[in-house]
Design a protein around this ligand. Structure first.
Ligand SMILES: [Zn+2]
Length: 217
C-alpha cells in the first residue's frame, strides 16, 4: 500500500463528528477519494455498505458488520489479510474497554461485543481511540487481582512514555484484559454486584451495570 493509495479510500465507521468532520475537506483535497460508508449518513459517497456486504481493498477482502450500540448504524470493517482478520471497530470495542452506549440500547451493544468476541484469537483490533490506560484503570477497579490487566497496565504506561500506541491489540489479549468481554467471569459478577444493584445475573445485565459504572468512573 502506498501513501497515496491510503488516501484513495476513506472508511466511515459511524456518524460522530470526531470521525467524519474531515471527510468533506479530504474529498476536496483528494478528488479521487472513495468514501465507503453506511447509507444513513447522507454525505456524498461512492460506496454504500451495510451488514454482510464485502468489497476489495488493496487486493484484500473486507467484510462489513453492522455492530450497533454506540450509534444505531455503527459498522465494523473486517479486513482479511492472508486469513487473519484486522478489524476496524471504531468506537464499539476499545482496548480494555468499549464505547459509550449513546443509543441506550445495552442489549445491542452487548450483542455487538459478543459478536466480536466470537472471532479467532489472533484477530487484531484497531479501535478509533487510544483509551487503553484509563480503561485498564477501570478494569482493575473491578478486577484488582487480574494479573494480565496489571501487566498490560505497566506495558501501556511504558509505551505511552515512549510516545507509542498500545494498538492494535489481539482478541486473546482482550479476552484477558477487557472487563467488558469478561462478564461471564464469576469474579466480575461478584465485584459488580458489590458495587451496584443488579437486576439479575444475566451477562447482559452485568454488562449494563459495568457500562453505567464506567460512565461515572
Ligand atoms: Zn463515536
Amino acid at each position: 500500500m502506498t501513501t497515496q493509495g491510503a488516501w484513495q479510500v476513506c472508511n466511515r465507521l459511524h456518524k460522530h463528528h470526531d470521525h467524519t468532520g474531515g471527510v468533506a475537506n479530504l474529498q476536496q483535497a483528494y478528488p479521487q477519494l472513495k468514501v465507503i460508508a453506511h447509507q444513513a449518513h447522507g454525505v456524498a459517497q461512492d460506496l454504500r455498505v451495510g451488514e454482510s456486504d464485502s468489497f476489495q481493498l488493496w487486493g484484500n477482502q473486507v467484510t462489513v458488520w453492522h455492530i450497533a450500540g454506540h450509534t444505531e448504524h455503527h459498522l465494523a470493517y473486517l479486513l482479511n489479510i492472508d486469513g487473519r482478520y484486522h478489524v476496524f471497530c471504531g468506537d464499539t470495542l476499545f482496548s480494555a474497554g468499549c464505547g459509550r452506549v449513546f443509543t441506550g440500547d445495552m442489549q445491542a451493544m452487548f450483542n455487538s461485543l459478543q459478536r466480536l468476541l466470537g472471532l479467532a484469537d489472533d484477530t487484531l483490533f484497531y479501535p478509533a481511540h487510544e483509551y487503553t490506560l484509563s480503561n485498564l484503570n477501570f478494569g482493575l477497579y473491578i478486577e484488582p487481582n487480574n494479573l494480565a490487566m496489571q501487566q498490560r497496565q505497566q506495558e501501556v504506561r511504558q509505551l505511552g512514555e515512549m510516545g507509542k500506541a498500545s494498538l492494535p491489540s489481539s482478541l486473546s489479549q482482550e479476552k484477558q484484559t477487557n472487563v467488558f468481554l469478561r462478564v461471564t467471569n464469576k469474579e466480575v459478577l461478584q465485584s459488580v454486584a458489590g458495587k451496584t444493584p443488579l437486576a439479575d445475573t444475566q451477562a447482559v445485565s452485568i454488562f449494563t451495570a459495568l457500562r453505567q459504572l464506567k460512565d461515572n468512573f
